[in-house]
Design a protein around this ligand. Structure first.
Ligand SMILES: Nc1ncnc2c1ncn2[C@@H]1O[C@H](COP(=O)(O)OP(=O)(O)O)[C@@H](O)[C@H]1O
Ligand SMILES: [Mg+2]
Length: 346
């Protein structure tokens, strides 16, 4: 009997039952296979979110599931990446420098979990055997060194400033390392802060890295602009929380990336819910905005992170590298998939 995929089927169910349909979703421009929205979104909903013709998509899904060629797939569009080269982690060969990919982590406001997400992505990549560095671009509110329990003052050698390393081997440079006392405030004006970020990039001996992650401070002002303009950023991950869309802050952030010709490669919704003692999800900050953010950016929702007391505890103890959870695994695998998608489209 011929396979029939219908509009009301959930995207992830279609993909797991008929893996060959992944290329159809991708070919129609849906990053659904790396996206948490697809876990509960129907084919019709996905088409609506991305403003696609449902009939054409269904036709291709059914053709491919039945062993025929797709008809309506458009030719790949080149992704507008920062330095004009595709994200190349999945390919061989570097970009000329020792750093193959630079990804900035951004959000419109503080306390949303940017530094947490930066840390988790770094850990995920490092566990895959990749070489990872983190440039803490939050000069006045650095928190990366603390998350990883990294202490000490970087020394200088022939190649430049030596980054400190986490227990797992992630190279880290953060302003706190250069202060006589970590509680000392950095009372600098914008140009000084921008110059510190540039120096962290150019004067540190990062060596060969598969990924340099840049943790940005909140907002869309000086520091974020410096990173987007002076560093060859390949992609941006935007961190949001459910109430942020209502405050329009995350929209400003997305617009800034788009204005600066950056590429949003993924979204993370943090503090999406709290798991109650009976196992139910309490969406204390309101319902998810994941689908709207996906529609706005065309980028996948990499994961929804719960409010998890273990996260707060491990960050405070400097032991984020001990963290494990299903959502973390989802973030790790979707991040890798989204890079493959970006590379395939480039
Ligand atoms: N999902 C979460 N569950 C529990 N605590 C969290 C979660 N996300 C972030 N936190 C805590 O909230 C605080 C702010 O997070 P952080 O990543 O530093 O935010 P940002 O970098 O956006 O300012 C940190 O102490 C962190 O440990
Ligand atoms: Mg931070």
């Amino acid at each position: 009997m011929a396979v029939e995929i219908t509009a009301d089927m959930v995207i992830h169910d279609v993909v797991s039952k008929y893996p060959q349909t992944v290329k159809v979703f991708q070919g129609h421009g849906l990053p659904c296979t790396a996206c948490q929205v697809g876990a509960r979104e129907s084919v019709a909903g996905g088409a609506r979110t991305h403003r696609l013709a449902l009939e054409q998509l269904l036709n291709d899904l059914n053709r491919v599931a039945n062993g025929q060629e797709a008809e309506g797939i458009k030719p790949a569009v080149k992704a507008p990446v920062g330095r004009g080269i595709p994200l190349n982690v999945m390919s061989q060969g570097g970009s000329g420098t020792g750093i193959r990919n630079i990804v900035a982590i951004m959000s419109g406001k503080g306390g949303v979990g940017k530094s947490l997400v930066t840390g988790l992505i770094a850990i995920a990549l490092q566990r895959q055997g990749l070489k990872v560095g983190i440039l803490d671009g939050d000069i006045t509110g650095p928190s990366i060194a603390k998350e990883f329990g990294v202490r000490g003052v970087p020394t200088k050698s022939e190649g430049g400033i030596d980054a400190l390393r986490s227990v797992g081997g992630i190279k880290i440079v953060s302003m706190n390392m250069f202060l006589p006392d970590a509680t000392d405030p950095v009372v600098w004006r914008g140009p000084m802060i921008s110059s510190a970020i540039k120096q962290f990039y150019s004067d540190v001996d990062w060596g060969k890295l598969d990924f340099l992650l840049v943790d940005l401070p909140p907002g869309t002002s000086d520091e974020a602009m410096t990173v987007m303009q002076s560093l060859p950023v390949d992609g941006v991950v935007i961190v949001s929380s459910p109430q942020m869309l209502a405050t329009e802050i995350v929209v400003k952030c997305i617009k800034m990336v788009q204005t600066m010709k950056g590429k949003v490669i993924g979204l993370v919704e943090n503090m999406a819910y709290l798991t109650m003692p009976d196992g139910s999800r309490n969406e204390i900050f309101g319902p998810s905005n994941g689908a709207e953010l996906v529609a706005m950016t065309g980028a996948p929702l990499l994961t929804q992170l719960a409010i998890d007391p273990e996260i707060a505890m491990l960050c405070d103890a400097g032991k984020l590298e001990d963290y494990n959870s299903d959502e973390f695994d989802t973030l790790a695998s979707n991040f890798t998939k989204s890079l493959k998608l970006a590379a395939a489209r480039a």
